[in-house]
Design a protein around this ligand. Structure first.
Ligand SMILES: [Zn+2]
Length: 484
């Protein structure tokens, strides 16, 4: 089978069939202007599966296809395992909803589990708060001190462990401040929190893990989200700016719809890259499986201490305001490496994520300088690798064990960093990790013993727990593997 170490280039151009009622993900033509969006969404799905959602906002002019791509991504959403029939998509290993959270393992086993497609729900800017958050069913209310037991879950609780899409999010921020506040809570931490308030009852809150995907046209009323509600803009880990296709050939291809002969060829090129997907009818389904299995690897992907230092230095030197920026860069780089089937994030990953994570947070000249800074670091890293390869002919790869899962603390001081710098960076990262992982890190809130460990964030998948993180990527659930 073909190797799949990098993203399948063969998927880039795919004509759209006129006869297709709704655009399918793999039929959308990819070009330089929209490729970052495809990439950001796939990274977001991988990260969400591992329990740490990345929120994506895409800005672009009308007709550039941003909402089409976001809605099209429904095709490649993997399945998740939940407690049978749970409207909140309770993870069997870590039930959180009012119905299941106090159940024992045995009770959950008796209730059973099922595999369902990862939810994808939309919030319109005219939505009412009760529809989005939920409302109390007075007819079902038994104990007024426990109103959550009678909650009719709204869009957000039902989208738990999935995606919520908000088109024209700048308008929502303008016309619905209360819905915006709800999103701020949901997106504020990982996992987020959802507070339900109903007149006459005590407010209650529940944890919620979902990725918010938003789209907006900054040229239309009320203007860019950043100007409408800066706080909400900052909650988005990534901002993707949609570009127009710049090449005549690409535009021709977009126009050349309904050309089945070319489509068939394209499909096979793409499918060959998916694990075990050769000859399969639905590449989207198989790509969903690929994402699921890759996300299982995410907790083990290493983020080298040199990259940690790099992010810390960028944060300090360029006066970045929001720590979320470098958190998003770290998480995004890890997810990108995972998506490409690698075990370690590189400076190239950080570079690729930098624009997405910084565009809405710094001005253009700062962004340019940061990218230049990362370019230099990437060049240095390449040089060092080459030197290492040359030196490797003499000494037998002395650094290899430390790079790949060496014992705790090994390989920290590789590149001339002093112990004190390393420790300072460690402290910063410790704070980062805590804010990134949130309060629910049940596997010890303490920081690792050495900065060499920081790359393999111990809090991965904390909202769902260890067990399901393994299961989630396995495509053997009855609802998934069984149906094929
Ligand atoms: Zn439940």
């Amino acid at each position: 089978m073909q190797a799949h170490g990098t993203m399948p280039v063969a998927w880039i151009h795919r004509p759209v069939g006129r006869w297709v009622a709704m655009a399918r993900y793999f039929e959308l033509v990819r070009h330089d202007g929209n490729r970052p969006l495809f990439s950001a969404l796939e990274i977001s799905i991988i990260s969400l599966l591992a329990g740490l959602p990345l929120h994506v906002h895409v800005e672009g002019l009308r007709g550039t296809g941003k909402t089409t791509i976001m809605r099209g991504a429904k095709d490649i959403l993997p399945h998740i395992e939940r407690i049978k029939g749970c409207a909140y998509n309770c993870d069997p290993a870590a039930p959180h909803c009012p119905v299941h959270r106090n159940m024992t393992r045995e009770e959950i086993a008796r209730t059973g589990t099922e595999w369902v497609k990862m939810p994808f729900l939309e919030i319109s800017h005219s939505a009412k708060i009760g529809t989005v958050v939920g409302s109390i069913d007075l007819g079902r209310l038994v104990d007024p001190s426990m109103p959550e037991a009678a909650l009719l879950p709204g869009i957000l609780p039902r989208a738990n462990r999935g995606i919520v899409f908000v088109d024209e999010i700048n308008r929502l921020a303008d016309t619905s401040p209360e819905l915006t506040d709800v999103l701020l809570d949901v997106m504020g931490t990982k996992p987020g929190r959802l507070q339900v308030e109903e007149v006459g009852f005590a407010a209650f809150e529940m944890p919620i893990t979902l990725s918010v995907w938003g789209a907006s046209n900054p040229d239309e009323e009320p203007g860019p989200l950043e100007d409408v509600r800066r706080q909400l803009s900052d909650r988005f880990d990534f901002l993707v700016t949609m570009g127009r296709p710049g090449e005549v050939d690409v535009v021709r291809e977009i126009l050349e719809i309904g050309v089945p002969a070319r489509w068939g060829k394209g499909m096979h090129d793409g499918v060959a890259v998916c694990e075990g997907a050769v000859g399969q009818a639905d590449p989207a389904l198989h790509y969903a499986d690929l994402l699921a299995s890759r996300s299982r690897d995410l907790p083990g992907v290493k983020f080298p201490s040199t990259l940690v230092s790099l992010l810390a230095q960028a944060y300090v030197d360029f006066g970045l305001e929001s720590l979320r920026a470098i958190e998003a860069m770290k998480l995004g780089a890890l997810a990108r490496a995972t998506l490409e089937g690698r075990k370690e994030a590189t400076v190239e990953d950080v570079k690729a994520i930098a624009s997405l994570a910084l565009r809405h947070r710094v001005d253009i000249s700062t962004l340019t300088n940061i990218l230049k800074f990362l370019d230099e670091k990437a060049a240095n890293a390449r040089e060092e690798r080459e030197t290492k390869v040359l030196a490797g002919g003499v000494a037998k790869e002395p650094t290899a064990p430390a790079e790949h899962g060496g014992s705790r603390g090994e390989g920290i001081e590789r590149k001339g960093g002093s112990r004190s710098l390393s420790e300072a960076v460690g402290r910063l990262v410790c704070a980062l990790r805590r804010s990134l992982i949130g309060k629910s890190d049940t596997r010890g809130a303490g920081c690792p013993a050495g900065p060499g460990d920081y790359g393999t964030a111990g809090g991965w998948g904390a909202p769902q727990g260890d067990g399901t993180l393994q299961q989630r990527g396995i495509r053997s659930g009855p609802g998934q593997g069984g149906s094929r």
